[in-house]
Design a protein around this ligand. Structure first.
Ligand SMILES: Cc1cc2nc3c(=O)[nH]c(=O)nc-3n(C[C@H](O)[C@H](O)[C@H](O)COP(=O)(O)O)c2cc1C
Length: 188
């Protein structure tokens, strides 16, 4: 069965980003899903040591080592970040930078389907830029980026409290269904 991984990159447990990633995964009916939250894990920034130029491993021994197998094995990824000063969280950026090893060794994320969720306190607090920044990183991995298209254009974009943001929830559910649909088409 095809696999879709959901990653929340908020440092806060059981808050808006986790809620939205879980909402997305709940709406996926025909793929296996897995949820990872960085609120409980430590992912340090890339130090550009370049060890991964030689070996297909990252030398930093932290919780990213547990995330690599899930990233390698999934067919689709739904990743979400809160807006922090108009961009993604430091935790989200650290995770993305640590995927360099996957790019350097056989472009391991190439052709995986990626959807992005962003949540801010404000209605227009920078969610679009967060989505576009994260999408840019996964374009570098040659991933297949999908969006909500119906109302948000750039992904699942919401404001807090996320459970009351009806339009935001709709964009998240649309995004999840689109990620699933493309994953299923590509993995018949
Ligand atoms: C350091 C920091 C910067 C923030 N900057 C913004 C911002 O630029 N725009 C915005 O709408 N919300 C901003 N927020 C609010 C968070 O995006 C918002 O509370 C979000 O729902 C948090 O997600 P979480 O509940 O999953 O942790 C900021 C919060 C923090 C802690």
């Amino acid at each position: 069965m095809a696999k879709i991984l959901g990653i929340s990159t908020s440092p806060r447990k059981n808050k808006n980003t986790e809620f939205l990633i879980k909402k997305a995964l709940e709406n996926i009916k025909n793929c296996e899903t897995k949820f990872i939250s960085l609120a409980e894990l430590e992912v340090k920034p890339c130090t550009s040591c370049d060890a991964c130029k030689e070996k297909p491993e990252c030398t930093i021994q932290d919780d990213m080592q547990k995330i690599y197998p899930s990233l390698r094995n999934c067919n689709g990824l739904i990743i979400g970040s809160p807006v922090y000063f108009g961009n993604m969280t430091a935790q989200c950026k650290a995770l993305i930078d640590r995927t360099l090893v996957l790019r350097r060794h056989k472009m391991a994320l190439r052709n995986k389907v990626v959807g992005v969720i962003a949540v801010g306190r404000s209605r227009n607090g920078g969610q679009e830029l967060v989505a576009r920044s994260i999408q840019s990183a996964f374009l570098v991995h040659e991933c297949l980026i999908v969006s909500d298209q119906e109302t948000a254009h750039f992904g699942g974009l919401a404001h807090e409290p996320a459970e009351k943001d009806e339009i935001g929830l709709k964009t998240v559910i649309n995004l999840a269904k689109k990620v699933e649909s493309l994953v299923l088409q590509l993995n018949k």
